[in-house]
Design a protein around this ligand. Sequence first.
Ligand code: NAD
Length: 502
Amino acid sequence: MGLGIARLHAPRVRLLGDLDLADDATPRSVEESGVSAAALSALLDRQQRAFLAEPFASLQTRKERLKRVVSMLETHEDDFLEAVNADFGGRSKHETILAEILMTLSAARDALKHVSAWMRPRRAPAPLYLAPAKARIAPQPLGVVGVISPWNYPLLLTLSPMIAAIAAGNRVMIKPSELTAQTSEALDRAIASAFGETECAVVTGGVDVGKAFSQLPFDHLIFTGSTKIGVDIARAAAENLTPVTLELGGKSPAIIDETADIQAAARSIAYGKLLNAGQTCVAPDYVLAPSSKIDVIIQAMKSSVAKLYPRVEKTRDYSAIISERHYARLERLVDEARQRGADIVPVGDAAQMKARKKLPLTLVINPPKDCTLMQEEIFGPILPIIPISSRDDAIATVNAKPRPLALYWFGRDRAAREAVLTQTHSGGVTINDTLRHAALESLPFGGVGASGMGAYHGKTGFDRLSHLKPIYYQSRFANQSAIHPPYSRHTDKILKFIRKII
Ligand code: NAD
């Protein structure tokens, strides 16, 4: 169900958060955009009451809801593919199927397969001196979970948190991005056809609606988006002591060690960078490589692009940039680096592609550290290649920046790899490839420091959106009087004994 605000499109504010997009209009108030804060509160209230009527959704109910997600995806797949393509003005159908539809199906099927085990109370050891008491951890649904999602993978990043919330027995309210308005409307229609509004509801609208949404006293709020807006979300949620999971972005480095197979590394980096034209939170943002290898890497990147996209100017396999404003920002980043003396190597005919809002892979060789390209998350097909003098220099370069969402390392030297793994921080890591760690339901997915807090996917998501309630079951055979007052010499002996066995 929608709140009748689906057709209120993008007020032009800083939609990419810390990415420097020009403001050209003032945000409208919630009331101006057609949804009132009161309507949002009323919806939350209805969901909370529905939750109280069913505070512990049964395994059967959860599975049945998860199955509805699967059939909704299958029924509405064509609608979704069309909407995403229209929103981007050209998004590879294969990439939408692979990175959104199949990944969402995988999340739903993983939850269906494991939710019964996840729900089961878990044994916790009780110390000998408390025997025969028992300790358990019982996952309990939290209540109503809010989900705020971005535009770059608008299906996956809306539905995957929703799946975790449903598996954990919660009710869900969703605010998708106004930048992919047609997809948000398609999600609204699809979810309304499969779920009652107190099970799962979509609220569409712009930043104004997002702000009002983030002020609601949810039992948990899971936000995917930029680091800058993440700060606003955390601030708004703090007013209600609403716990947050912040899935943010950052500058994810790809380190090419001197022992790396350069051709294979270039192929992986080109693939990871050009999927969705670089508009991927875990895309490699920049490359660090030994100075002596830079020329070979440039050639290898060119031949990788030629293999992946033989006709990059024309192919539908290569996606467009989401909006003219985002396109103009990417051009500004390259222009600034050029003016500051960096070599620019476009791998494709930029002029020919511009009419379709597409930008070729643009290598930027050794830009100055303080140019915008090296300060902000790029979020497009521009790839700075930075020469480094040593392995320690690579580690120091990563550590000089805020902690990224992902890190990629290419090489064969185990000690060098371990040094990077233990001396740098990042949300996740893939060794000798890109993106892969983000696709596994068995691995927690989330950031660290500026790239986010909390993680989800698979059991991690279930746990994140549950209260893991500790329960102590006292035995009727327990005799605790020895440690109760009045204390005596006997108590001293007991304490001495406990001191030995703990
Ligand atoms: P964004 O932060 O601009 O917007 C995300 C969502 O927040 C949108 O629905 C938007 O309407 C809403 N919003 C905007 N301002 C708000 C406010 N003040 N209060 C409440 N809600 C508000 O992000 P974006 O441009 O949609 O997405 C790009 C960013 O998301 C990049 O930084 C990227 O790295 C990050 N990202 C992270 C992940 C991840 O899983 N960690 C995945 C995809 C994208």
